[in-house]
Design a protein around this ligand. Structure first.
Ligand SMILES: Cc1cc2nc3c(=O)[nH]c(=O)nc-3n(C[C@H](O)[C@H](O)[C@H](O)COP(=O)(O)OP(=O)(O)OC[C@H]3O[C@@H](n4cnc5c(N)ncnc54)[C@H](O)[C@@H]3O)c2cc1C
Length: 500
């Protein structure tokens, strides 16, 4: 037991993309605040934010069909797609600001331009896709989207998928070239390097065991140094719980009333990765399909070109599954340990309601490699088993809470939970995730530092010119921002095949 104690302005728990983003924003807004980070692993961006643990899609609703829902009258509700696209524009602006200010360099190491396609089969799905295209294509946020149900055109767009396709079913796709592949792991590491250069104290191999309020309203953390075994006490006026799947247990330990009656439902994931460079070279896009009936939205199958370790790669998945762990490097007792007297009824209600989903996830875990190959062959009819390996992806912990829709309702979004006095905040959930980290961390700032917002607004607007403005309602500003961020981030198209 050590009696090491420190006192800082801000503590960030977890070295993922969320803490990286919040730390970077705060360092720009109030450079003299002292910030300490505690991370249980040896490096930054090793859990969900790691490039191998997520799909790397810059989610802007260009191709994800679950963000546009068909209403009972047959029309398409695009409101969620517009919201997510606007949130991604905020990330693009902040990343551009960091590059322009030389705070991070070489944007091609974390973001690459890549066409985003939605692909469907069957008459009903083709009709849906066409209606979705009509609803989106005149919207300035989705400019440049094309639709085709002509197999010859599709052969040009996605040769690997169309080659040797035997099915006579109608098939159609939309394509938009302004999509991106984002290496969130690389970005997280770059942001932590930057924070280190700004004297942020980053403590790796430090596990936060407990969080308690002190008599003066600050927060005291009990932190275990995993190398020496020493237990330390660290105090801060503001704490952000950015522990990814590990956030819920820490939120529960804080004891704030806003964290009660909330549970977590862990969903694991797998990708298939292509080990044959000839196959990898035949595809250049992210192609999202439609989720199978009964499948959760995070298991929408997609075939993605990825840029990882300075190499073009091809990933298919994710296959969702069930594991009681809350982190990839977590414990088999995580789920059980998160059941508390205040959330037991919420958890039981969720358990009863989601038996089909749990069954589906367990069935998914049991799939053999050959069964997974069969799903891949719906995308690449000629796929050969020997060309593909399986990699384990990150864990997501979906929020369970009591809502107007009933007790124990499973949520698929992200949620910021904060104390009424703004002294502590936690991020729960994992979708749309890393792509919208800047928007979500600005929400944390709004909720937790309302007294500073007025003074901070000019700097926020310098970093994010569209802050507080709807881009869809200001197409000229959108055009200006889209063009300038594309130039700064190298998304204008010139180096599209830089790694090919
Ligand atoms: C399969 C899959 C696919 C995804 N695809 C996409 C995608 O295509 N696009 C997208 O935008 N998002 C995607 N996401 C979501 C995205 O990965 C997450 O939203 C994002 O990475 C979460 O970042 P984070 O910083 O909150 O968590 P993490 O990156 O998980 O970081 C949390 C950190 O906290 C640490 N930690 C936890 N508990 C403690 C503790 N007690 N003490 C100290 N440290 C602790 C962990 O070790 C970890 O390093 C995907 C996620 C998964 C799982």
């Amino acid at each position: 037991m050590s009696n090491r104690q420190t006192r800082t302005d801000v503590i960030l728990i977890g070295a993922g993309i969320m803490s990286a983003t919040l730390g970077t924003l705060l360092k720009e807004l109030v450079p003299d605040w002292e910030i300490t980070v505690f991370e249980r692993l040896a490096n930054a961006g090793e859990e969900s934010s790691n490039e191998w643990n997520n799909a790397g899609t810059g989610h802007s609703a260009l191709c994800e069909l679950n963000y546009t829902v068909e209403k009972p009258d047959g029309s398409i509700d695009v409101s969620k797609a517009v919201k997510i696209n606007e949130q991604f524009q905020i990330s693009r602006q902040f990343w551009s600001y960091l590059v322009k200010s030389n705070l991070i360099r070489n944007p091609q190491e974390f973001i690459m331009p890549l066409p985003h396609l939605s692909l469907v089969q069957g008459e009903k799905n083709v009709t849906f896709l066409k209606k979705r295209f009509e609803a989106l294509s005149n919207n300035p946020l989705f400019q440049g989207m094309e639709f085709s149900d002509d197999p010859r055109k599709l052969m040009e767009w996605i040769p690997l998928i169309m080659k040797d396709r035997k099915s006579n079913e109608p098939i159609a796709a939309t394509k938009i070239d302004s999509g991106t592949d984002v290496n969130f792991g690389a970005l997280t590491r770059m942001l932590f390097d930057h924070l280190k250069s700004k004297n942020v104290d980053i403590k790796f191999k430090h596990h936060v065991d407990d969080i308690k309020r002190t008599s003066d309203g600050s927060w005291e953390l009990k932190v275990r140094n995993l190398e020496s075994g020493a237990v330390e006490r660290h105090t801060a006026k503001f704490v952000f719980i950015g522990g990814g799947g590990g956030s819920l247990p820490l939120l529960q330990k804080s004891g704030i009333p806003e964290g009660k009656h909330i549970g977590g439902f862990p969903v694991s994931g797998l990708f298939m990765v292509c080990n044959n460079p000839d196959v990898v070279a035949q595809h250049h896009a992210k192609v999202y399909g439609k989720a199978k009936v009964g499948a959760p939205p995070m298991s929408v199958p997609h075939l993605d070109t990825r840029y990882i370790d300075n190499k073009k790669t091809l990933l298919f998945g994710p296959f969702a599954g069930f594991s009681p762990k809350f982190l990839k490097n977590g414990s088999m007792f995580d789920l059980l340990g998160s059941v508390k007297p205040d959330n037991v009824l919420t958890m039981l209600a969720a358990g009863a309601k989601n038996i089909p989903l749990t069954k589906y996830l367990i069935q998914q875990v049991m799939l053999s490699k050959e069964q997974r190959m069969e799903e891949l062959r719906e995308f690449i009819p000629t796929a050969r088993s020997e060309d593909w390996d399986i990699v384990v992806a990150g864990q997501r912990v979906q929020v369970i809470k009591d809502t107007a829709a009933g007790k124990g309702t499973l949520q698929f979004g992200t949620e910021v939970i904060s104390a009424a006095d703004g002294s502590i905040a936690a991020l729960l959930g994992a979708s749309p995730g890393a792509s919208t980290a800047v928007f979500v961390m600005l929400e944390v700032i709004k909720k937790c530092f309302p007294q500073h917002l007025k003074a901070w607004e000019p700097k926020i607007k310098e970093m994010i010119p569209s802050y507080g403005v709807s881009l869809v309602e200001n197409p000229e500003l959108l055009h200006e921002i889209h063009t300038s961020t594309a130039r700064t981030l190298g998304l204008a198209g010139e180096k599209q095949y830089a790694y090919a």
